[in-house]
Design a protein around this ligand. Structure first.
Ligand code: C5P
Length: 298
């Protein structure tokens, strides 16, 4: 028996980072959108827990217990009182360490896949609770769509959003460490007061209108400044996208992937060509959002 699940990447349309809490995490006010770049995970019965990673950047994904898919299988098995005896095959379509929640997508997909394989009948709330213990973005990778995230980013409310948005992603050479980017933000803020982290009302209104042109200029990411300090070359990537008529240009989460919003599909195709020829990134991918969260495909 085997089950295959695919889980989407995310882009933060807004990422407001508040104060650093005593547990080391930061309070967030964020708006997530799931986009059509996917990791595909297959789980099958095996003698013992094992993971195989294939695809772009597979070499950089750990295969020990720091792998989020492994952790997800262990956490779910514990919850339902069985051994996590599965082989997990991960096919990467989401950039590794790219700020698009690739590892979290693998964890969400593994939770959904093992729930189906083990016929554990665990309910959505219990799955969400396990997801939260695995990482801040894992609950959103289960949910998908467009959602507001508070707390560590794990407390979710579905957002009212109309239409489909056309995205282009510029993938950088090498990843960025999320804790390092948050730490750089803390350093930047040592001398500056931390602004209030509020839900961006204008952006929510733009999302309800379904008009990309309204959304583009409102994209915001507090982690962009620290990401650019750690990787100054990303400025050129963002400029290349703006020069090629992107209506929004932003670093994805903690980076280094850059996200560009296009007016429509033909504009997105033109943007892909311009970015690919700009020499400012390793590769370019086109996607649309919002899409569903982790779902069984076979
Ligand atoms: O939850 P996750 O494992 O994705 O977080 C990775 C790291 O990102 C954390 O260890 C922390 O340094 C940082 N982080 C944070 N505040 C959040 C989410 C993540 O400081 N809300």
């Amino acid at each position: 028996m085997s089950v295959t699940v695919r889980a989407p990447a995310k882009v933060n349309l807004h990422l407001g980072v508040g104060r650093r809490r005593s547990d080391g995490f930061h309070d967030l006010s964020t708006v997530f959108q799931a986009v059509s770049l996917y990791d595909e995970i297959t789980v099958e019965d095996a003698d013992e827990l094992d993971v195989v990673v294939e695809g772009d950047g597979a070499d950089e994904v750990p295969t020990d217990t720091s792998n989020l898919a492994i952790r997800a299988a262990i956490a779910l098995a514990r919850q339902v009182g069985r051994e996590p005896a599965v082989r997990i095959t991960i096919r990467k379509g989401i950039p590794v360490a790219g700020g698009m929640a690739g590892g979290s997508a693998d964890a969400a997909a593994t939770l959904v896949a093992c729930t189906a394989l083990w016929e554990s009948g665990i309910d959505t709330d219990a799955l969400h609770a396990i997801a939260t213990t695995l990482g801040s973005d894992v609950p959103f990778c289960l949910l998908g769509g467009t959602a507001i995230g508070t707390g560590r980013g794990d407390q979710l409310t579905r957002a009212l959003a109309r239409g489909t948005y056309q995205w282009v992603f510029a993938i950088a050479d090498g990843g960025l460490s999320t804790p390092a980017v948050y730490a750089e933000l803390d350093r930047i803020r040592e001398e500056t007061p931390v602004p209030e982290s509020a839900t961006p009302h204008e952006l929510m209104t733009a999302l309800r209108s379904g008009e990309a042109r309204r959304l583009g200029p409102l994209l915001h990411n507090d982690l962009q400044r620290p990401a650019l300090r750690l990787r100054p070359a990303l400025r050129r990537t963002l400029e290349a996208g703006r020069d090629a008529h992107a209506i929004g240009a932003i670093v994805c989460g903690s980076g280094p992937t850059c996200a560009f919003l296009a007016q429509d599909e033909p504009e997105a195709v033109a943007l892909v060509a311009a970015l690919a020829g700009s020499g400012t990134c390793r590769s370019v991918r086109r996607a649309h959002g919002p899409v569903a969260g982790a779902r069984v495909v076979a």
